[in-house]
Design a protein around this ligand. Structure first.
Ligand code: GDP
Ligand code: IMO
Ligand code: MG
Length: 429
């Protein structure tokens, strides 16, 4: 079974909810027929799970095509890279028998996550206004990028520039740490010594990835652009401030890779059969009852990066339609329908009401979103194990009704249905 990608196709594969939709599984699956897979934003806040041959791997920075020897993996300019996390991950895949020589390219323009970013992330994300970040330094690293004081991958290759920039940054951060937060100062020289070491390790991978990708497009290569997080966590289009600090949406695929928007010819939205969210922020269809607990346990809804329990709730068509609009999604990949198998009935939220009035659009403002009442359609459950099914026709009638209801309410075709974590547990429709 394989999913045909046309020659010269450039497809974005992104999360259409609040992250953890199963992007890793879908990207790995499609990579069998791809030439290049590119991560375009986020950093090691992501946790993308790939399962095959009885083994499971969690990727934070490496693109989910890494387990396919035919695929070149690119970490694009839009990603923020924690060199420590990256080196650990490279070792992890190498010890799994993966040969990455000549197959991993890292943008010279990607920004680096420094120890002070991780420290500040934890210091800032406290108290009643906390976001519940992953603590991986993502927000503070993007702050420095946009404040134009960030340190880029290319800076690692020049000792003098690296030392100068690091000293300047650490001095500024030490002021904040000491004077505002009363914590101990960071040791500049120790950090310089540690980061200078990365120069030797990272050198072989660093290149102008935008140039590489545009040449690959000319050569009719098949390219997948892998989003991290999800559309509703987008800094511009998500439920701000309960978002991440980058653009997981389709526009971010272009800016975060250097592939022009005119060259992108498909956007696949990955959705879970229900909704999950990690961290704080409004979640209209959240289930704080035994059904929510059942979904969490059956779906093993615990963060792949932080291990935190994920909040669980019904599928939300209102937010999904918004996500489809913002991203121009033209195909959906539906994951984890097997998790719903034991339920008597399954709900999907088809509209919102506020004070008895129907809302026409998805409000991203958290004050408004926290006030909506979800209006549900109730569908029949199927109560059958789906894990060994290999074609759409074998699905129970009730499961087909569920799939077709999503297609009906969103107006978008579901092309891939995932019925288990393993690469093979997939139905192409
Ligand atoms: P990502 O961040 O979007 O890549 O998703 P995660 O890897 O964080 O979370 C998805 C989880 O669901 C992982 O544990 C996957 O192995 C698992 N998974 C993916 N697809 C399916 C599926 O169809 N059924 C089941 N039961 N698990 C799945
Ligand atoms: P993948 O790629 C789910 C959430 C955090 C928090 C908010 C901000 O595996 O789908 P950050 O550390 O980015 O500043 O945290 O975003 N978050 C994710 N939730 N999946 C992810 O990644 C996430 N990455 C960040 O929980 O609410
Ligand atoms: Mg994840």
């Amino acid at each position: 079974m394989s999913f045909k990608i046309p020659d010269g196709a450039v497809w974005v594969i992104l999360g259409a909810q609040w992250g953890d939709e199963g992007k890793g599984k879908i990207v790995d699956l499609l990579s069998e027929n791809a030439d290049i897979v590119v991560r375009y934003q986020g950093g090691s806040n992501a946790g993308h799970t790939v399962s095959f041959d009885g083994k499971t791997y969690i990727l934070h920075l490496l693109p989910s095509g890494i387990f396919h020897q035919n695929v070149t993996c690119v970490i694009g300019n839009g990603v923020v890279i924690d060199p420590i996390a990256l080196m650990d991950e490279i070792e992890m895949v190498k010890s799994a028998g993966v040969d990455i020589k000549g197959r991993l390219l890292i943008s010279h323009n990607a920004h680096l996550i420094m120890p002070y970013h991780k420290l500040l992330d934890k210091i800032y994300d406290q108290g009643e206004d906390k976001i519940g970040t992953t603590g991986r330094g993502i927000g503070p690293a993007y702050v420095d990028k946009y404040a134009r004081v960030g340190i880029k991958v290319v800076d690692l290759l020049d000792r003098e520039i690296l030392c100068r920039k690091l000293r300047k940054n650490i001095e500024a951060k030490n002021e904040i740490l000491e004077k505002i937060y009363g914590t101990t100062k960071l040791d500049v020289e120790k950090i310089i010594d540690e980061y200078i070491e990365f120069d030797k390790k990272i050198d072989e991978f660093v290149t102008d990835t935008a140039l590489y990708l545009n040449n690959a497009i000319k050569g009719k290569k098949k390219i997948l652009l892998e989003g991290a997080q999800g559309a509703l966590l987008d800094i511009d289009h998500g439920t701000y401030p309960f978002v991440t600090s980058s653009n997981p949406t389709a526009g971010g695929a272009s800016t975060g890779s250097g592939i022009p928007p005119t060259k992108i010819n498909g956007v696949i939205g990955v959705i879970k059969a229900y909704t999950t969210r990690v961290g704080e922020g409004p979640f209209p269809t959240e289930l704080k009852d035994e059904i929510g607990d059942h979904i969490r346990e059956k779906g093993f809804e615990f963060g792949a990066t932080t291990g935190r329990p994920r909040r669980c709730g019904w599928l939300d068509i209102v937010s999904l339609k918004y996500s489809i609009m913002i991203n121009g999604i033209d195909k959906l990949a539906l994951t984890k329908i097997d998790v719903l198998s034991e339920l008597d009935e399954i709900k999907i939220c088809v509209s919102y009401e506020i004070n008895g009035k129907k809302l026409k659009n998805f409000p991203t403002n958290p004050e408004a979103l926290s006030k909506v009442t979800p209006i549900y359609e109730t569908l029949r459950g199927w109560k059958k194990d789906l894990s060994n099914i290999s074609s759409y026709s074998e699905l129970p009638a009730e499961a087909k009704e569920f799939v077709e209801a999503i297609e009906f309410f969103t107006g978008i075709e579901i092309s891939i249905i995932s019925i288990g974590a393993d690469r093979k547990q997939t139905i192409l429709k």
